[in-house]
Every structure is written in C-alpha cells, then in structure tokens.
Design a protein around this ligand. Sequence first.
Ligand code: GLC
Length: 446
Amino acid sequence: MKKITRILQWGLMIVLGGQLSLAQQTNVPHSLQERMQWFQDAKLGVFIHWGIYAVKGVDESWSFYNKKISYKDYMSQLNGFTASKYNPEEWAALIKESGAGYAVLTTKHHDGVALWPTKENHYSVVKNAPAKRDLLKPFFQALDKYGIKRGAYFSLIDWSHPDYPAITRDSNRYKMENDPARWQRFQKFLHAQIAELNTNYKPDLWWFDGEWEHNAKEWQAEKINASILQANPWAISNDRLQDFGNYETYEQTIPPTKPKKFPYWEACMTSNLNWGYHPDDTNYKTPYQVISIFADVISNGGVYLFDIGPKEDGTISTEQVHLLKELGKWNKKHKEAIFGTLAGIEAGHFYGPTTIAKDSTTLYLFLQPNTSGQVMLKGLDNTIKKIRVVGTNHLLTHQVQSKMTWGNVPGIVYINIPAEVNDQYMTVLALELDKPLKMYKSDGEK
Ligand code: GLC
C-alpha cells in the first residue's frame, strides 16, 4: 500500500513537471540551485537508523505494526536502550573517513520515540530509557566539527501517539472524520516537535518519512515546509512531505538510466537487508557492491545515502565499519572523479558508469573489476590529450578506429588497459580532452 501510494504520487509529480520545485521556492531568498549545490557536490551521505529497535534487533517500528512482536514487547526495548558506548565524535570521524558530506540520523521513527529531549508529552530516550540524555545534539555538534552537513530523519507517522489514528496494520484508535478535534491535537503536537528541531538543532536537511498515511492537507505540509524555511532559509528536504520537498527519494533501488524529470535525486540503501541493527541479518553488501552502486548513482546524477544501524549501546557493527572504511579508501584515491563532478554521458557510449569534471574537459570512465585488454568508447567528438589511471601514475595508450575523413561521425576509441593498473574494486580513467566534452548523438552516416 505504502509503495502504491508513493508510485501514484510520483506519477502526479511527473504530470505536474517542475511545478513542485517552483512551489517550494516561494518566499525563499536563495534559489533552489544554490540551496542544493552542497548536496549535489557531496555525492555521498550516511543514513543512521538508531532507535530502541536495536535492543532486540527487530525491524524498526514495523515489527509491532506488522505484529511480528506485540506493542508492549516492542516498547519494553526502551528499558534496554543505554547508548552506553555512544561516541558521536567517533561516528563523525568514521563518516568523514567514508568521504560522505552529510549524515541523516533518525530523530524519531514511526514508533514515536524521540532521540532528543522533546518538551512534548511523549516518548523520548531521554525521559523513558537508561540513555537519559540528548543523543542528537552531540552528534550534530560533532558533524559541525568535521564539516559534515546535518540531516534529520523525521517520521510524520507516530503510531505511539494517543491522538494518532493508526496503531498497527489492522487497528486504529479512531477515524479522523469522526473526531477532527483529536486529529488537530495530533497536528499541533507534530508541528511543535518539528519546531523544537528547527529551533534547537537547525538541520541542514530534513528527511521526512511516513507521508503515505495522510495527504498534504492533513499533515499541513505547506505549513511544515514554510516553518522549516523560516528557521533556516538554506534548509533542504526530501520529497516525502507530500507535495513539498526538493529532491526525489529512491529507496532500495536505483534508476537504470538518468531520471529525466527532476534535477536532484538520492538513493537510500541498506548495507544488509535492514535499516536498523539486526544481528541475524548477515546479508551484507560487499565493498565492491557498495562502490559499484555508488558509481552508478553518481553517473546518473544522483546522490547515494548509505545506511548503517548502530547497536543500542551506540557501537557500529564491524561489517558496517569495514564497508565505510573501504568505501572511504576508494573515495580518497578517486576523489577527483567523484566529488563535485557532473553526471556522466548518456548510456550507450560506454559500458559502465562515467562522470564529467565541472569544466567538462575531463571525462571519467569507471571500469568493471579486473578489466584487461581494451575498452571501447563511442561518439567522443574530442581529441584525447592524455589518459590517466586516477589515483596512480599510470598513463594509458589508445587508438581511434574507423574515423571516416569525409564524415562527421567520430571514430571509435579503444583504450588499452594493462591488468596491473587495476584497482581492487573499480579502476577509474581520466580522459583529458582538447576542449569541453562533445558527444556525437545522431544515428551515423550511411
Ligand atoms: C521506509 C520505512 C522506514 C525506513 C525508511 C528509510 O519508509 O518505513 O522504516 O526508515 O524507509 O528509507
């Protein structure tokens, strides 16, 4: 149901074209492009699902909603949520090492438990768990110290709140139409929590979730959006605030080709099969898989939000630390081809991901693992001055074949790849060009 609602919303967004992003720009002193620039250049973010669900290692919120566990059992995890080894400085250092430019922490999931000391009369790990302290503030402070942008995940749904209609997949407290005043009380509460975060934490990025249970009017999405921009005119948000938001959010999936309608998009993905800590889930992606997804995302102009799920004590599993560190090593070596680059050339010219330097005079080609022999590039209407293997001193040779002297169709470029230049994960080539990149896009000549 959740998925279907989202697909319908996307359909609507596509029909309305650019209108949505224009709507958000009203009353905003900075253009959308200016506000999105850091996000677009960052390319990588780290998503952190941390909450009481880590105590038993069950699905975040969904475990009680889907009745895998009773609500009482689920909420009893509050007693075991200690954050006893939580070291936000270490988290921020690891995120920095991964190469990510922003982090998004679950300030409140659908279970309604806040990680900050909410003044509202509702659950928080400060009031109701042995953690007993604000977990958000020190994290945001550590991020500031490392120059990483601060993202707040916030669930609009709150299945624990006495004035919220839904409790589990087959039970409701009440029907909104029968008790509008009760829903208004919930709205007041919701807006008050958002105001607390706006005032005391000022996120750079709002990552909304759980929008599918109500429409924009019911959430008062316009008002929420306005309050965010009033508190921080530079703030950006994902598209899960119904009709509002600045970028498209893909979840556990990547578009096979460049999305055409919206200039900004992000793909969030788990590192195993779960968002939160799940000790029984050992189905981790390999570093190569993470890197190949990342390369594919940036090639298509997107941003990758890689998820980790810390344990209840605040430590991060060795597998997730390993993935972040390997990704970081690869990012460091290949940084010129990743950060601050533009989306690559259209599919079909080269069999693999590509990116383009901002001045368009360097084209980066990302090779599949263990490539040796030759790779082919079609339609390059430039002269190649030099081919470097990024992060090494290797220079490569190439040949141009079938260039007809009488025609406009560029020749086919073959680049020689000696096996010894291969990176452990993905090798990247920098093609330095004579002038800004020009790709031949017609059908050829006969
Ligand atoms: C979904 C899930 C939620 C998870 C989120 C991350 O919306 O409901 O549990 O936090 O995706 O993208």
